[in-house]
Design a protein around this ligand. Structure first.
Ligand SMILES: Cc1cc2nc3c(=O)[nH]c(=O)nc-3n(C[C@H](O)[C@H](O)[C@H](O)COP(=O)(O)O)c2cc1C
Length: 166
């Protein structure tokens, strides 16, 4: 149990990666983790796009100025939701967090790269990956073997906690 809690602190945004590739078994673990996330409605599971092709990773790296680390990452997962689902952003965010935590548990580095709600970023990713109009990408997740280390986070701040009422 303590290990699970420590994983939450251990997860940090990793933006430097080695060339070592992620295995298919690891990819499946990440997909299973995503699909284990809480969801607002059983009808609307998030859709996941898995990209390992170097040329496509390089193109995705140009989506905006903070996605450049995809030039080093060996895997990108794109979490998409059906826009007809009023809670698609929340569902995709929960799936994304599960992927980040599972990646950490596997000894991989990862970072959440925001796409929605920036219309230009959404259009770029939609165009590159043929995402249907009825769906939207929430984010890209850059994943790979870490080439940097970050200390576990400690952002606990009791001043932001309101007991009973604000
Ligand atoms: C909605 C969202 C969008 C983010 N977009 C980016 C991004 O485009 N590029 C990036 O390098 N990091 C991005 N991040 C990661 C944050 O910068 C990072 O989580 C934050 O600085 C805290 O650091 P930590 O993840 O190491 O704890 C994003 C995180 C969230 C939740």
């Amino acid at each position: 149990m303590k290990e699970a809690i420590n994983l939450l602190y251990k997860r940090r945004s990793i933006r430097k990666f080695t060339p070592q590739t992620v295995t298919e078994e690891q990819i499946e673990t990440l997909l299973r983790a995503a699909m284990a996330a809480p969801m607002s409605n059983h009808k609307y599971l998030s859709e996941l796009i898995v990209v390992t092709d170097r040329a496509m990773l390089d193109q995705l790296a140009e989506t905006h100025r903070y996605t450049k680390m995809l030039k080093e990452a060996t895997l990108c997962m794109i979490v998409c939701g059906e826009k007809a689902n009023r809670a698609w952003e929340q569902d995709c965010a929960a799936a994304t967090q599960n992927i980040l935590l599972a990646a950490t548990g596997l000894g991989l580095g990862s970072v959440w790269l925001g796409i929605h709600p920036n219309p230009d970023s959404v259009a770029t990713v939609r165009g590159l990956l043929d995402i249907p109009d009825t769906y939207s990408p929430l984010c890209l997740i850059a994943i790979g073997y870490p080439a940097e280390y970050k200390d576990p986070s400690d952002r606990f701040d009791l001043a932001r906690v309101h007991r009973g009422r604000w």
